[in-house]
Structures are given as C-alpha cells and as structure tokens.
Design a protein around this ligand. Sequence first.
Ligand SMILES: [Zn+2]
Length: 625
Amino acid sequence: MLKALCESAKRFRGEMPRRSYGKIKFKYVIEISSEDNSFQIHDFEKEGVVLSVPLRGDRSGTPAADNLKSYLLADKAMYSLGVPGKGGKKRADLVHEGFMNVLHRTCEQTNNKDALSIYNFLREELKTDKTQKEIKSKGIKADNWIAFKTDPKEYFYDDDQIAKAWEKYLEKECTSVDAECCICGKKKKALRIYPWQISFFGYSCPISSFNAESFESFGQSQTSNSPTCFDCAGTATQVLQYLIKNERYHAVLSKDEAKGTGKTPLKNQMAVFWTKDEFAPAQVDETITIDFEELQTMILKAPEIETNLGPPPHEEQLKQLCRYAWSPRMAVREIQDNAFYLAVISPNKSRLVLREWVEVSLVNFLRNMGRYADALTIVSPDGQKAWAPPIPVIFEALKPVKTSLSRRDDDVFIPQKQDVNILLNLLRCCYTGALPPQSLLERAVMRFRVFEKEPETLKQKLRMEARRMALAAAMKLVLVYPCLKEAEKKGKETYEKEVQRMEQLDENEGKVSYLCGQLLAILEEVQRQHAFPKRLNATLVDRFYGTASTAPQSVFGSLLSMATKAHMTKLRKNRFKKHDELEKLLEDVNEKIIAAHGFPKILNMREQAEFALGFYAQRAKFRKN
Ligand SMILES: [Zn+2]
C-alpha cells in the first residue's frame, strides 16, 4: 500500500497541503518588528486564527531532555515562550530551550529573515520585565498556541525555505542507519520513528510503526525488515491523509458507536480508493460517462431513502462497466497502464491497521466491478426498475429486523466478527473477481424468512422494501455470479442473456425450488384479490413462508386446496377476469412443478434462496401490474 500511495503522489501534488505541516487554531499571535524588536501581542480570543504551520505528530508523554519534540516557529506557550505550566519552571525552561534550538538551526541553515527576527526577539527580549509583564497581562497560559509574524499583513509560514528546513531537521531527528528503502529502492537513511500521524474516526496513529527499542538493541526488528526512507514514508502519509479527508476517495464502512468506555477503534473501518493516475471520466455514449471514483459511491455508500425507492442517478454507469471492458477503447494506453487501488483501514492505538488491500489493473477492475454489479442487480419490489444495492444497504438488511427498523438513516452497521468476513469477501468479489461468500447466502436466506408487520409511515415502508430488495439481491449475487463468469468466456451475447435472466421474473425457469416460491406469491395474490377492496394487514405469507420455503411438501397441499375451494370460488363470482388470469397462472406453475416431480420434501440453503427469488420476482410482477 505504501508503494501505491507514493506512486500516486504526483497525481495529487497540487491539491495536497504541505507535508509535515498541520492546521492549528491560534489564540495569540505575536507581531514583532524586525527593526527594533518591539512587539505586540494580538489576542484572537475564542475565534482564533487558523494557520497551517510546521508540525510533527509524534509528540507524546512527559517532555524530557530526550523527548522534547518541539515544533518550528509555532508552538504552545510553554515551548515557544517558556510559560510554566504542569511540571513547573524547570520543565518550561527545558522545552523552551528545545524550541530555541530548532529555531536556531533553521536560522543557520536558511538565513530566513523572519526566522532570524523571531529568534533574536526571543533571545534578547523574552526575559525582560517588560515582555514578561505583557505576557502575564494578556493571560497567556502554558497550553495556549502562539504564532508569530513580522509583517503586519502577512504570515510567513507558507514558505518553501522554511518547510524544507523543517523537513531536513525532522529527517535528521527521525532516521538512523543507512538501508535500502523498501519503497523507492534507494540506499538512504531509514526512519526510526514516524513524525507523522494519520487521523480518522477521532484517532491518530502512524501509518506504520516499529518497535524502537528492539530496533536499537537488536538491530533486527520490523524496521530493518522493511526500512523506509523519510521521503517515501512522508509522502505515503501525506497522500493517505489527503484521501481520508476527501469525500471523493473514501467511504465509511463501519463505525464503533459505543459511548464512553468500551470503545474499540478496530470496529471503525474505512475504505479508501483511488486510481493511480488521473483518469478523465470515460465517455460511453452521449448520456453516460464513467467516473471511477464516483462509481465507488454506488458500491460502498448507503443512499438516503426518503421519498422513493429507486436507483441512484448513476446506476446506468454501473451497468455499463462490464460492457465498457469489452469495447475497443480499452486498448487505450492510459487505461492499460493505470491501476485501481482500494484499502480497508482501521485506526488502532499504536498504528494503522490495514484490513484489506486490493490492487488491480483498470481493465480487470472494470470487468470485475461490472460483473459484480450485474450479478447483484435485481428488480425493485414494485417491479418498476432494477438496481444493485450498495454494500451498507446489504449489511443493514442482514441485521435483525427490530434494530434495523428503529435505526436512523445515517447510521452505519456495526459489524460482528462474521460480518467483517462477509464484508471483506464481498469487496474481494467486487474488485478482484473472487467468488462471493456462501455465508452471505445463508444469512440472507435466514433474514428473508422473517416478515415484519407492514409499517405505518411511508419512510419506514420504503426502508423495509429496500431491505427485502437488498436481501434478494445478495442471494442473487451468490447464485448468479459463477454463471456470469462462465458466460463471459463465451462472449458478449451469452453474457447479456445471462444478465437478463433472474433480474426480473424468469418465466422459463424450471427449477422446482424457484417455482414453489413463485407459487406462494400467486397464492398470496389470490388471497389479496379475494379480500379486495379490503386491504389485508397480514397474508398467508407471514404465517407460511418459513415452512413453505424449507419443507414445501408439508404445506402446499393445504394451501392449494384452501385457495381453490374458498378464495377462487368467490373470486369467480365477483371478478371474473381476475379469476381467469390467476387460475391460468396457478395451473401453469402447478403443471411445471408436477413435471419436476412434485413438491420436494425439503429444500437446502441454495434451493431456499432460489425459492426466495422466485417468490420475490413473482410478487414484484404482481405489484407492477
Ligand atoms: Zn524511499
């Protein structure tokens, strides 16, 4: 991953903030006149002034002679002005000396006039009664952030010379022996500690870490196994932090929602994705363009479900992916040489945890993702449209019904251990073309069996439908994916045919499990039409779905006779046309089931999933009409 981050650095160079810099809100700014050392302290109160200044991320613990880690030209008052706080005057003097040393070195190296003015002021004027009195009267505390300026109008921090000097200092501080860098391959001084941190989910940790002690005493720890030079590690950190901050390049997969104690940072997971080189959105035709990063949103982010249940606006793009992989435009060099990266990361106390790393060529990426989307795409419960639910929607649906209905829309799922495996396998399927996880099928089948009461509000209803659709899509993915992979080998036409199958109701399907599911939906429709114009709160599905989908033989006999004797007779009298229509369907499906040797005694998991899809598709068809 580190290597990929470095290779992509040139792509983001213009957009990223300076390396080894960070944004700080300053309460006080000391303005110094370079001519006569006179000064003025500006108090920005609560509002503060935000500046990007030279920083390092590894300051921690109690400051000591060997643990100073002061910043350059901007720091807390204890460091920059020697204002005593916790630890008293002795500690304040110690850290202030550290601050002055870093500053002095920079002055010597650069001869920068701003740095020199500040250094001279601090050396000559800081200890005077007048200055000390002024610091006291302004109420400056040891913990207050202090910035400096010499020009009344402008700050000097955004300066190449200063940034360079700061990094040179850090490099010297943080590296030790010569080694071959595992990223650039050059023989350079290897990092001993990381002066940068990645922050996300409210945690900060270095991108990698090594046990400094064992490194020093044995010389054979992680560092020497994978040494990185200052430049490579710094760039990798800089790029990753940029991607984490930018909406376009990341998606939150899970969040630890525990309050207070018992927080587990590892439950927080983020997917970061990007293409190695910038790639202009590919034009498929006049209306459709493919934007690689934007597409991830559809796979990885949950949409807001407010007033309607429909495909997100870019669904068409997703559907075009696999087709695009076949087009002659794929031979273009910029696609051939480009790559797609995806990392799933979690913060931890001492270092960043990489859960999954995907690196694929753009050509394979397009085909894999397209195939995944095709296998997942399913008709909506109202039969109107088809779409592929994003991964968070699938996971929301896998949760027990009660919690899924009471949750707010913006919540993300908290994965159990099992879910994490399903999640990572699903990502592998989507991006690398691995087969989807069987455990997903089992979970979806179990959840699909439970029918919740018809909710009262429209919003709740839509969410319930999204949930059922996601479960059906997940089952379809596991069942259809291997077939699509096979069909792909036979060419575009065969593939297209396979894609069409099962997305809607497949009227040619002869599998008895699928037919039984269809039959249950027909029987429900008979019951509904019989009750018409009264609306039923519960149908035979709520009571019998579980048994019908696992042991068809035991229930279909009585369900069929109830339908023909009670419901159909009344329907024939009152609504002749509807009756004929449903009777024909019933006979049709029944005949097919008989031809397939009648109702099976039991159905296995896979067959139960087929049952679910037959039921789901038939129901969607009724609702469309
Ligand atoms: Zn390197």
